[in-house]
Structures are given as structure tokens and as C-alpha cells.
Ligand binder design. Structure first.
Ligand SMILES: [Zn+2]
Length: 126
């Protein structure tokens, strides 16, 4: 069993969550709109000259915006859990999530084992 977070680790992870939140919430997000269009264009350039490419670029640009919004929601949920004292505990099995995992993914809600099970369940649904 892993040790629960100590107050220093918790403060560090809160700062990291707030840093990421600020990055995403900033106007234009982590990528400005023009940068995003360039990335989308590069992603699609393997299939260049498709007449529908403009449409695809718009759709992918919107999808990226959706991913940012989802990430923001996860970060907000994690910050709320820090305030409510539930942070760092797996929402499925209630065991502490290893600090190393939270360092890499401060918004993680599950331990590695439960996350793997969760993703497997999602794949079965897809
Ligand atoms: Zn778990």
C-alpha cells in the first residue's frame, strides 16, 4: 500500500494543477488559434488535395478545443478534490494513487490498475 500524500506533495501537485489550468484557460489555450490550424494542417497533409480537407481542418480544430475543455474540467475536478480532501485517492478502489503517477498526471482520478480496467471497459463499449 502506498503512503498517502504529505502536505508538501499535495501543495506541489496543487501548484502544478493551477499552472496547467492557467495555461489552458489563457485566451487561445496552450496553442493559439493560428498555431492550432498549422498543427491540424500538418496532421492532415499526408492526405493533401482532398476536397473535404478544409472541413476536416475545422472539425479537428474544434475537437482539439473540446479536448482542452475536457482537460480543464478534469483539472477543476482535481482541484475540488484537493479542497474536499479526496485528492490522491483512487475513485474506484479508494487506495492512494502513487505520488509518481500524480506527478506525471496531476488530474489522475484512478490508480494505475483501476485506470487500466476503466480503459478496457471503455474499449469494450466502443
Ligand atoms: Zn484503484
Amino acid at each position: 500500500m502506498n503512503a498517502p500524500l504529505d502536505p508538501g506533495q499535495r501543495a506541489e501537485l496543487r501548484a502544478e494543477l493551477e499552472r496547467r489550468r492557467e495555461q489552458i484557460a489563457r485566451p487561445g489555450g496552450p496553442m493559439s488559434a493560428p498555431e492550432r490550424t498549422v498543427v491540424v494542417h500538418e496532421v492532415l497533409s499526408q492526405d493533401a488535395d482532398e476536397p473535404s480537407q478544409r472541413e476536416d481542418e475545422r472539425a479537428i480544430g474544434q475537437a482539439l478545443g473540446g479536448i482542452e475543455r475536457a482537460e480543464l474540467a478534469e483539472i477543476d475536478a482535481a482541484l475540488a478534490r484537493i479542497d474536499a480532501d479526496g485528492y490522491g485517492l483512487c475513485i474506484d478502489c479508494d487506495n492512494p494513487i502513487p505520488y509518481a503517477r500524480l506527478k506525471a498526471e496531476p488530474a489522475a482520478l484512478r490508480c494505475v490498475a483501476c485506470e487500466a480496467r476503466h480503459e478496457q471497459a471503455l474499449r469494450r463499449l466502443a
